[in-house]
Write a protein that binds this ligand. Structure first.
Ligand code: GUN
Length: 282
């Protein structure tokens, strides 16, 4: 089998067009504030892409680029300011943060109604309880859209997620469960990763190890979603060994051009949803 490539760039562009059309009808623009602390090269690229997407869609956008030496109190003060700023409907602090700043404290400081990352425990709690959510975790929600784009029904499928991070692995497992998959969440202590992955109709690789998922682990025809963004000799490389896996899988996402553009599209959707929810309740 030679896998069909899932074109994340195109799917993300369609979502962005729809949001742009919605935004054009609004009297007041939805506003997103992004905070970047330090000069991590990958984070700089992500933040620039988020800023560009806001401009294209017609959002009001602010990017606060703070020095690497920024203290926790200073960052908290900026978040408090943005939490009460009526122009701003979404506040995003790009992770990772420099070591002098406690990441948990920062996640807790963002007003849940403006938490467009869906990182705050109030929002993850809503999600994990199965209550109706205003925002969804961006990368996992993007993965679900990519799987759905294949036309394959998720219900009853065996899904294996590799990686248990709060940003991707854990919430991806929850979204797959909500879509009626039978879910296995693998991690660094999983006894036999290959045996687990071989069972999967749907594979979501989010572990940060270049090429760890190989063709011999793939059930013929499986849908393989590669969340990995590893730099290998300056080249962006996924967690999936693309050549061997695409020989076995039914569908596969490329890196770049798969999950990455979907994360940004979902962030734009969350910002619009947060804006609409804030205007409903005021
Ligand atoms: N760092 C890596 N991915 C993300 C993301 O989705 N949101 C934020 N805020 N930081 C990240």
């Amino acid at each position: 089998m030679t896998a069909q490539i899932i074109d994340g760039k195109k799917i993300a562009q369609n979502i962005r067009e729809k949001i742009k059309t919605e935004v054009a009808k609004l009297a007041v623009k939805p506003g997103l504030a992004v905070i970047l602390v330090g000069a991590d090269p990958a984070s700089q690229v992500y933040v620039n892409s988020k800023e560009k997407a806001c401009q294209e869609i017609g959002f009001y956008s602010e990017v606060h680029r703070l020095p690497e030496t920024t203290g926790e109190a200073e960052l908290l003060a900026l978040i408090q300011k943005l939490n009460v700023d009526p122009k701003i409907h979404g506040v995003l602090v790009q992770l990772p943060l420099p070591q002098q700043i406690n990441e948990d404290k920062i996640i807790l400081a963002v007003e849940p109604a403006k938490d467009v990352d869906c990182f705050h425990p109030v929002n993850t709690g809503v999600l994990f309880s199965g209550m109706s959510s205003v925002v969804l975790p961006c990368t996992p929600a993007g993965c679900i859209e990519l799987i759905k784009s294949t036309g394959i029904s998720l219900s009853g499928k065996k899904a294996v997620v590799i990686g248990r991070s709060n940003i991707v692995g854990k919430p991806a497992a929850m979204l797959l469960l909500q879509n009626n998959c039978t879910v296995t969440l693998c991690h660094s202590r999983t006894a036999d990763l290959a045996a687990e992955v071989r069972q999967a109709d749907i594979v979501v690789a989010a572990v940060g190890k270049p090429g760890i998922i190989t063709g011999d682990m793939i059930k013929p025809g499986a849908v393989v979603i590669d969340v990995g963004t590893n730099r290998v000799n300056g080249k962006l490389t996924g967690d999936v060994d693309f050549v061997s896996v695409s020989a076995a899988a039914g569908f596969i996402t490329p890196v770049p051009g798969g999950v990455g553009p979907m994360t940004i599209a979902m962030l734009m959707q969350n910002t619009l949803n947060a804006y609409l929810a804030q205007n409903r309740s005021s």
